[in-house]
Design a protein around this ligand. Sequence first.
Ligand code: ADP
Ligand code: ZN
Ligand code: ZN
Length: 725
Amino acid sequence: MNPTPPRVRVVLLTQVIGPLDYRLPDGMVAKPGTVVMVPLGPRKLPGVVWDEDIFDDEPVEAKKLRAVLEIVECPPIGPGLRKLVDWVADYYLTQHAAVLRMVLASSAAFTTSGTITEYRRTNVEPARLTPQRAAALDALEDAQGLVRELAAEAGVSDNIIRGLIKAGAFEPVTISVDTPFLEPQPDFANPVLNEAQQAAADTMTLAVRDGGFSTFVLDGVTGSGKTETYFEAVAAALRLNKQVLVLLPEIALTQPFLKRFEERFGVEPATWHSNMRSTQRRRVWRAIADGTAKVVVGARSALFLPFANPGLIIVDEAHETSFKQEDGVRYHARDVAVMRGRFEGFPVILASATPALETRHMVTIGRYRGLEIPSRFGAAKMPEIKAIDLTLDAPERQHWIAPTLLKALEERLERGEQSLLFLNRRGFAPLTLCRTCGHRFQCPNCTSWMVEHRLVRRLACHHCGHVMPPPEECPECGESDTLVACGPGVERISDEVNRLLPQARTIIATSDTLWSPEKAAEFVARVENKSVDIIIGTQLVTKGYHFPELTLVGVIDADLGLEGGDLRAAERTFQQIAQAAGRAGRGEKPGEVFIQTRNPGHPVIAALVAGDRDAFYDAETEQRKSAGAPPFGRFAAIIISSEDEREAIEAARAVGGAAPQTEGMYVYGPAPAPLAMLRGRYRQRLLVHAQRSVEMQAIIRQWLGGLQFPRSVRVGVDVDPYSFL
Ligand code: ADP
Ligand code: ZN
Ligand code: ZN
């Protein structure tokens, strides 16, 4: 097929329609990867010229083709990244357009002008101050951004902001969007590595220099200096003028990372996360595409950036489940990172003190290379871990800190050392009910309880974000003052600490308090300058942070994570507690860890206390093997949802009825999903369990492709699911 005039296949950035063929006007050349504007109906849409051979539909007749409108002045999407897009679409059963949208991250890629006008606050008070204007000025004290961004931040309309600009309360600032990034210096401050660090660093730098794909698992205990060690691989890539991507699981970890990076390489790296202004976004995107941004640290979405000359990806805290994206394209950033290394031919390093069982298995079977750093750096020793049996050493009624842990906290206070209390529950109490009639507060949109956040005086749903003020009286029986909080969240533990140890200076660290890199930096600074004695935090503080004066970690409820009973409950609990424990004793003073549990004999607790990681992983691996669970078998969840319950059930029945009979593949359900309603939609679920030899995705694609659903029904597939809700 080589019709004249030449035709191209274009993947549009809209999911409504698959790739379409267009005609190239006279004289236009557009190789695969070129970003173009094309007509669709009356509209003009961006798209990318794609490789011909990957879609197997019939070509449209030449005379019916419409012409490409123009080529966008923007670096082309390279063949390696196009292959990655193909793979993600194929593996995670989604459309090319959905993946490509992550590559061309917002309109950032297309804006061609070299300057952008942002607005920032002046000292001028507008003559006319409506309530909305006042609210906007209040919310935007030091803010700067585009009109749209300021409006969103203040929660007002664009027109309010425009009015304020006219009134002089904001002034224009011209920003060059192409200020170049400074070059990190590979030899700015070379560390002296210890023997184990050096051995690991040598292996990784060699792989970077040789080029070519390989995957390393940098497996070092907490505080062993994994960052210092993989920085050597970063330096090796920089010496070759190659680009490096470092993926972090939380943007809260970005700030401390930037500081360490600057200490080692002299300048800060570029950053990429969802919280960026569009000018920053464009600047970073462009600098990555033209190769001038050498190192980027970012959240999982940075994986799809168009690196001109990539030489290395590092996934730090690679076991973290936050690398799994749960909406939109449901991909796992750790696995996609490895595939990117494979398609573009460079090494990938997965760093963790508690690698995922799947990752460990890959090392066992020889697909990944394990590199170990078995002990902490310098004088620091691993902390001593002890279990507190809550049935014997019980806290007072309506309290959650056992006497032994309380005593340990007191000792730290006397010595001027810091402590961390870990509880993976945001807010004050996970459940609120009426003492008189037993009414429980449930989210109107979800099958979940409203969580009391006392600091902001709200009840909030952690699934959809619905909030309401705590009612004065019970909506069921009308009694007032009968609402009681059941169980603890971090705020309640903080209350307890403040009551029992009034001299202690406490801080709550959760995604509610550390929601931006700036907030996180503030938190780190307060802990580092010792204006905090006790941190009360969720899993957010268990990872990455290095606080040398922190010598005690208390795990408030180790049984919490084990209750859920999903496939990875034991593994996740082990990792979380090991990571929390890993915050203790990282400096010269030794650390101590107390794990509160009602079940000290549980294998997870026993392994943590014995410090026997291998025993735990080996036993867990055996269990997975006998259950045919990942990595030995595979799962996919099919979620069918509708605002109408009957419609969801009927659609799910249709999916279940059409389930193919395949050797080595079992389909469970449909049944209501454990989270039977989410954001006002009823959810039905089928679970596919397949042996590794089964071509699961191809079968599911064909199965679902043969069915028709009403527009109001959504059918989503989650391949290798992490959430079973
Ligand atoms: P991990 O990420 O393995 O938990 P870190 O990389 O945070 O450990 O290292 C723990 C601490 O030890 C950090 O303060 C780090 O700067 C320090 N450190 C590790 N290795 C070295 C080294 N070779 N030289 C100097 N300091 C080091
Ligand atoms: Zn009541
Ligand atoms: Zn909800």
